[in-house]
Design a protein around this ligand. Structure first.
Ligand code: HEM
Length: 194
């Protein structure tokens, strides 16, 4: 349940929340999706690769609210850091994905939701491990492509029908468990056609 379900549920909840807070990005995604789908209410495989702005919005949401906020590893060999400090083999090391995603040395105004950080040009300038929602290395997430596709499909079909608004009476409170949850929903939806 943790790997395939709770993670996507967390990612989707925070994505809806980000969209509700940023109607301009929400509308740009909606227009992109309408341009791809036209009158269709089903999504074909080829549609997914065309959702470039939507993908940037999803990534920015995964940066600010990584469903898996941290991972841990047991060192199989000693590690020496650039500053000369080192850790011996056998150490348990915790890695905060949440903190990496908000590192001021890497991300300008890290608290700001800005999908354009994930434009191809800006992404190319960044270290490959600056953005790690699916971890990295040999034990990274085997479901990441599937997860991204689920998020795209769910967002596309939702934005086609609904407008998302923030709910000020239910501002979410982050609750990092194994998966980053919220105590409250944070957003509500209204039929986009009414
Ligand atoms: C937004 C959704 C998801 C996120 C953020 C996510 C994140 C992660 C992360 C960070 C890890 C590494 C854990 C670690 O290093 O200890 C992981 C592992 C894993 N994920 Fe995902 N995941 C997501 C969705 C999925 C889906 C949809 C599936 C399956 C269809 C899946 C299957 C797995 C499996 C099997 C592992 C363990 C891989 C291994 O240990 O070799 N994940 N995931």
């Amino acid at each position: 349940m943790f790997e395939g379900h709770d993670t996507v549920a967390s990612g989707l909840s925070w994505l809806f929340y980000c969209m509700s807070l940023h109607p301009e990005h929400q509308q740009r995604c909606r227009e992109e999706i309408q341009g791809i789908l036209g009158d269709r209410d089903t999504i074909e495989w080829e549609d997914l690769g065309k959702m470039t702005y939507t993908t940037m919005c999803i990534k920015e949401s995964l940066r600010l609210f990584p469903p898996v906020a941290g991972v841990s590893r047991e060192l199989s060999k000693p590690v020496t850091f650039p500053d000369g400090r080192s850790l011996p083999a056998g150490c348990q090391v915790g890695l905060s994905i949440f903190a990496i995603h908000r590192n001021r040395d890497v991300w300008e105004d890290p608290e700001v939701y800005d999908p354009l950080r994930f434009s191809p040009e800006k992404s190319a300038q960044r270290h490959s491990h600056a953005f790690l929602p699916f971890s990295a290395g040999s034990r990274n997430c085997i479901g990441q492509q599937f997860a991204m596709n689920e998020l795209k499909v769910a967002l596309a079909l939702t934005l086609q029908r609904f407008e998302l608004y923030p709910d000020p009476s239910k501002i979410p409170i982050m609750r990092p468990q194994i998966v980053l949850r919220s105590r409250r929903s944070g957003a509500s939806a209204e039929n986009a056609t009414s």
